[in-house]
Design a protein around this ligand. Structure first.
Ligand code: CTP
Ligand code: CA
Length: 220
C-alpha cells in the first residue's frame, strides 16, 4: 500500500524558512551586509515544499522563488524579525538559514552622506530572531545555522543550548570551496538527542533534502 503521506510527509505542516544576508541601511545608497547568497535557505524552502509543506520563505536575497512557495521579501534584520514573530504562533517549523546582520546603524541618514576625512558609524546589536523564538516556542521545531571559522563543534553546541533550538546546522565559512556564494557546502548537524550528522561536501539541494529528512523524522 502506498500512502500519500509517504511521499508528502509534511502535508499540513506550515514552515517558515529565512534566507539571505540582511541589509542594514546607513543612508539611502549604502548599507552593511554580509556574503550570504541565500542559496542554502532557498534550497531548504524548495525541499520542504516538495515534501508537501506549506512554505513561507522570508528572504533578504534576490534569488528566484518557486511559485508554490510564498515569498516575503525583507531587507533588514528588524523587518525579518517582525515577519517571523508575527507568524510564529501559526507555524510548525522555523528554519533560520538567513545570515542575519549582528549589528545595525544606530542612526539611518535620510540623505546621502557626504564624504569626510574620517567616518565612524555607531552600530547597535540587532534582535536575535532565533533566540527570541527559542524562548517563546511551544510546539514549534526550530532549526538554526552556525557560521563559524574556528571551534565549530564548541560554538555550535553553545548555540544549540543558548538559543533553545532542536538542530544546529554548522558550517565552516572559512573554506573557499563551499558555503557563501558556492552551490556546495559541508555541514555537521547537531541536536541534543542524537550523535552529530556529517553531510560531506555536496550540492546545497542535497544538504537541504537531508535537513528536511531530519525535520520529518523529528516531527514523527
Ligand atoms: N540569528 C538570528 N538573529 C540574529 C543573528 C543570528 O536569528 N540577529 C540566527 C541565524 O539565522 C542562525 C543562528 O542564529 O540560524 C546563528 O547565527 P550565527 O551568526 O552563526 O551566530 P550568532 O548567534 O549571531 O553569534 P556569532 O555571530 O557571534 O557567532
Ligand atoms: Ca552572527
Amino acid at each position: 500500500i502506498i500512502n500519500q503521506s509517504d511521499n508528502l510527509p509534511l502535508q499540513g505542516k506550515k514552515i517558515i524558512v529565512t534566507a539571505g544576508g540582511t541589509k542594514e541601511r546607513i543612508d539611502p545608497v549604502r548599507y552593511i551586509s554580509n556574503d550570504s547568497s541565500g542559496k542554502m535557505g532557498h534550497a531548504i524552502a524548495e525541499a520542504a515544499m516538495k515534501k508537501g509543506a506549506e512554505v513561507t520563505l522570508v528572504t533578504a536575497s534576490e534569488l528566484a522563488v518557486h511559485s508554490q512557495i510564498k515569498k516575503v521579501k525583507v531587507e533588514s534584520a528588524q523587518e525579518m524579525y517582525e515577519v517571523v514573530d508575527a507568524n510564529f504562533d501559526n507555524i510548525n517549523v522555523l528554519i533560520m538559514a538567513a545570515a542575519v546582520s549582528d549589528y545595525t546603524p544606530v542612526k539611518q541618514e535620510n540623505q546621502k552622506m557626504k564624504k569626510t576625512e574620517q567616518l565612524s558609524i555607531e552600530l547597535k546589536k540587532t534582535k536575535d530572531i532565533l533566540k527570541e523564538m527559542g524562548q517563546k516556542k511551544t510546539h514549534q521545531l526550530l532549526v538554526g545555522f552556525a557560521a563559524e571559522t574556528e571551534n565549530i563543534e564548541e560554538y555550535a553546541l553553545k548555540k544549540l543550548t543558548e538559543k533553545n533550538v532542536d538542530f544546529i546546522v554548522a558550517n565552516d565559512v572559512s573554506k573557499k570551496d563551499r558555503g557563501f556564494h558556492s552551490n556546495k557546502n559541508e555541514v555537521v548537524i547537531y541536536s541534543k538527542q542524537d550523535d552529530p550528522v556529517l553531510i560531506s561536501l555536496s550540492d546545497k539541494s542535497k544538504i537541504a533534502e537531508r535537513i528536511i529528512e531530519l525535520v520529518v523524522e523529528q516531527l514523527g
